[in-house]
Design a protein around this ligand. Structure first.
Ligand code: PLP
Length: 392
């Protein structure tokens, strides 16, 4: 049987062959430790790391020294939230965030609550937007950090981060952005957006798993962090541990490719996404779009199929690999916290499916997927109708 069509690119993306090519020398003979600068083996990989750092920095308009390599966005987020809160605990113990953040942020905030911090979880509107005014209203004298994601991983809604950043700067509060889903796909300028801390990861942009970065503003204002990892003082003390050179080189290559192709890819995937929505809607007019139509990631489509169970629909669609939302919570029977935040009731929340498209999807694949989705939904509806007729 053919492999199912991969429409789960917001969970993770396949490695781009050009990324693998760039990584290979660092998995073979360029194996040195980037901290061993007294010999050639170390120096050649140190140079590769610094070139990668420079490229990543340029992509968000910051300086190379503002970029700290980590094992991924979850670690970056933990380092940022715990690091900043612990360093500034004398200023206050209050964090502001919003309800549709990824678990990496929500669970880290919950850990800070356990340690005695107060956290305000702002509600979102029916399309998933948090209002900048509500952020302003939530900031108190002892607020240390505001953390709001750039784009949502389940519904693709793009938050007004520049407006929120301006408020944070004016109110003298640090602003962190989880940019996992937007990095390489949307324009990011940390200065224009007044972002002080930002987390990104390589495996959402056709790079390797196990590498991310944290942007830490060093000037205007300087953000200080309490380190979370004791050790050799790598990454200027922010993150000890031998650098994963092949992953870092792959991350930079993936970023370069994503930025070069951003417009073309957003356009192409956006048109595939719109086609999917229109075709499914014309066969099944009862479906409901989750999230905004305008301020949305081009490759995200999230739909409620009223009366159907998303889990069983996904299992029946053997030819399409998609998910109910975040990969991290798909083992969880609780309805998605994002759906709940949009105001969906439990039944509706359990009917939501995320289709996330990617670089390697072809139009032919999209057409096949559309057909399978439409047919499977029809089949389940027919069966449940027959069941109701037989059982009265
Ligand atoms: N934040 C968001 C919005 C995500 O989508 C993800 C990945 O699923 C993460 C954080 C965690 O990233 P990582 O897998 O690099 O730890």
């Amino acid at each position: 049987m053919n492999k199912p069509i991969y429409l789960d690119n917001q969970a993770t993306t396949p490695l781009d062959p050009a990324v693998l090519e760039a990584m290979l020398p660092y998995l073979k003979n360029k194996f040195g430790n980037a901290a061993s600068i007294h010999h050639r083996y170390g120096r050649e990989v140190k140079e590769a790391v610094e070139n990668s750092r420079k490229l990543l920095a340029e992509s968000i308009q910051c300086r190379p020294r503002d970029i700290i390599f980590t094992s991924g966005a979850t670690e970056s987020i933990n380092l940022a939230i715990k690091g900043v809160c612990r360093k500034y605990q004398n200023k206050g113990q209050h964090i502001v965030t919003q309800q549709t953040e990824h678990k990496a942020v929500l669970d880290t905030c919950a850990a800070m609550e356990q340690a005695g911090w107060r956290v305000t979880y702002l509600p979102v509107d029916a399309e998933g937007f948090v209002s900048p005014q509500s952020v302003y209203n939530a900031i108190e004298k002892d607020t240390v950090l505001v953390t709001v994601m750039h784009a949502n991983n389940e519904i693709g809604t793009i938050q007004p981060v520049a407006e929120i950043g301006a408020i944070c700067r004016q109110e003298n509060v640090f602003f962190m952005v989880d940019a996992c889903q937007s990095f390489g796909k949307l324009d990011i300028d940390v200065n224009e957006m007044n972002i002080d801390l930002m987390a990104a990861t390589a495996h959402k942009i056709y790079g390797p798993k196990g590498v991310g970065f944290l942007y830490i503003r060093q000037k205007g204002p300087k953000v200080r962090l309490e380190m979370q990892m004791d050790g050799g003082g790598h990454e200027r003390g922010f993150r000890s541990g031998t650098l994963a050179v092949p992953q870092i080189v792959g991350f930079a290559k993936a970023t370069e490719l994503s930025i070069d192709r951003k417009e073309e890819e957003n356009h192409r995937l956006g048109s595939f996404r719109d086609k999917m929505f229109q075709k499914i809607k014309s066969s099944h007019p009862d479906i409901i779009l989750n999230g905004s139509l305008e301020q949305r990631l081009a490759h995200n489509l999230n739909l409620c199929f009223p009366g159907l169970e998303a889990e069983s629909l996904i299992m029946k669609m053997k030819g399409v690999a998609c998910s109910t939302g975040s990969a991290c919570s798909s083992a969880n029977l609780e309805p998605s916290h994002v759906m709940k935040a949009l105001g969906r009731n439990n039944e509706m929340a359990h009917s939501a499916i995320r289709f996330s498209l990617g670089r390697f999807n072809t139009e032919k694949e999209i057409d096949i997927a559309i057909e399978e989705i439409i047919n499977t939904v029809s089949l389940i509806k027919q069966k449940s109708l027959q069941h109701r007729l037989v059982n009265g």
